[in-house]
Design a protein around this ligand. Structure first.
Ligand code: FE2
Length: 428
């Protein structure tokens, strides 16, 4: 064995002594996952009852814009519209070297946070396809330690931006994995529907998955998700189509949604909410009460629809904060959706792990014999404690080798009659 992690708690067990397992890894795969393994390994870690999870997964990100904070200026209002204007100012100034450097730096942060798979959109509206070339290069370079999936994203509209469809097709020809779209940004509802038809037919012909920015709006009549479902159903693309954001669903008529949710389920269309971004960018035109803007996550889960939480942005024209921490994303998603029940909190954890892994169709994801030897040791005993503490990633393992470590966060106290050190875990 190359590596054994001993006495690990798993996310879908209730943490307790008899539930602890040893995880043995060899040649990049998990070989054994059971209590008290007799095998020996070159390297061993004692998890001592702490949680070991397969890596975090981010189903929605923009690596071409990330870490550009302050270039050429900051988003003073913090709004979506100023963000789009700012990105328009930045685009002509982008260089491939700088794009690659920023994306690689973000991937360093991701690995340190145990985030080992990212689906990133890449803007294809610039005919030079500079960002596409840069992120394909990043994908090659990070492949040993991070799975990067790229989505060809016509940010300025497929039909609205001249040449966008040709650029998108070229990007796919160069190796971009997934077909994107932005129907609510086309000139009319009809153009939005037409863009969905064209993109889904193109993806079906190429055998590719589809992931569209869909209905990122407070307009309750923005119903492109319905068209996306109908096309997924018509073209037999169940399980290969995702709608990202879907914020208009927050504001939709309840009766209409009672028809839409079963349609999403029937069409096998997954939803990707982006809690940090949705809660800050949506509802901006409201006075009070102000809408939250995040899509209907608990209702979708109850309807049997797969839902993931994405990070979307870190230090870019749309969002000034973030550090590749998917537990921060889950924490926000849990609060915005009021997912405070025990099962709901666990579902929020799944929304940054197993659920996005399914959307990305990741090969060998999980903690079981035969799975890839990718996992993260958290300084928490169960998923709820992990979200509460935004738990430290004590060790991050990729293909059976430790690629990142972070020391546990502890405070020392100098108080008469009180403990000298605390780590914010409830004593059990
Ligand atoms: Fe996005």
């Amino acid at each position: 064995m190359d590596l054994i992690i001993r006495r690990a708690a798993l996310a879908h067990h209730v943490a307790g002594r008899d539930a602890l397992v040893d995880i043995a890894m060899k040649d990049g795969r998990m070989i054994g996952v059971e209590p008290n393994l007799a095998a020996k390994a070159a390297q061993e870690i004692d998890a001592a009852g702490l949680l070991v999870i397969p890596a975090f997964v981010d189903a929605h990100f923009h690596l071409d814009a990330t870490l550009s904070y302050g270039l050429p200026r900051v988003n003073a209002s913090g709004t979506l519209l100023e963000g789009i204007a700012l990105w328009g100012e930045l685009k002509p100034q982008l260089t491939q070297e700088a794009l690659i450097e920023r994306a690689l730096q973000y991937c360093d942060w991701a690995v340190a946070r145990g985030l080992l798979a990212i689906r990133s959109h890449v803007d294809v509206c610039d005919p030079r396809l500079l960002a596409v070339e840069a992120l394909l290069e990043v994908k090659r370079r990070v492949a040993p330690y991070l799975d990067l999936q790229l989505v060809a994203f016509p940010q300025d509209g497929l039909l609205r931006s001249p040449g966008a469809f040709d650029n998108l097709k070229r990007a796919v020809g160069m190796g971009v994995d997934v077909v994107g779209g932005i129907p609510h940004f086309e000139r009319t509802m009809a153009d939005g529907a037409e863009s969905i038809r064209l993109l889904c037919e193109f993806a079906a012909e190429k055998g590719l998955a589809v992931d569209m920015h869909c209905d990122e709006s407070d307009d309750p009549l923005s119903r492109h998700i319905e068209t996306l479902c109908a096309q997924a159903h018509r073209l037999g693309m169940q399980g290969r189509v995702a709608g990202s954001h879907l914020t208009s669903m927050h504001s939709m008529d309840n009766y209409y949604v009672s028809k839409l949710l079963p349609l999403m389920r029937e069409s096998g269309v997954a939803a990707i909410a982006n809690p940090l971004i949705n809660i800050t960018l949506q509802g901006r035109a409201d006075t009070y009460p102000k809408r939250r803007g995040m899509t209907r996550v608990p209702e979708m889960l109850a309807a049997g629809i797969n839902v993931a939480f994405g990070h979307d942005c870190v230090m870019d024209p749309w969002y000034s904060l973030g550090s590749a921490d998917m537990l921060e994303v889950a924490h926000m998603g849990l609060h915005v959706a009021q997912m405070t029940g025990v099962d709901a909190m666990r579902a929020a954890f799944d929304a940054v792990t197993v659920r996005p892994a399914q959307i990305l169709n990741l090969d060998g994801y999980g903690i079981a014999p035969g799975c890839r030897a990718d996992c993260v040791l958290l300084d928490a005993r169960d998923p709820i404690e992990a979200i509460r503490l935004r738990a430290t990633r004590l060790a991050v393992v990729r293909r059976g080798a430790i690629v990142a470590r972070t020391p546990s966060a502890r405070a020392t106290l100098s108080l008469e009659g009180r403990p000298g050190e605390i780590d914010f875990k409830l004593s059990r």
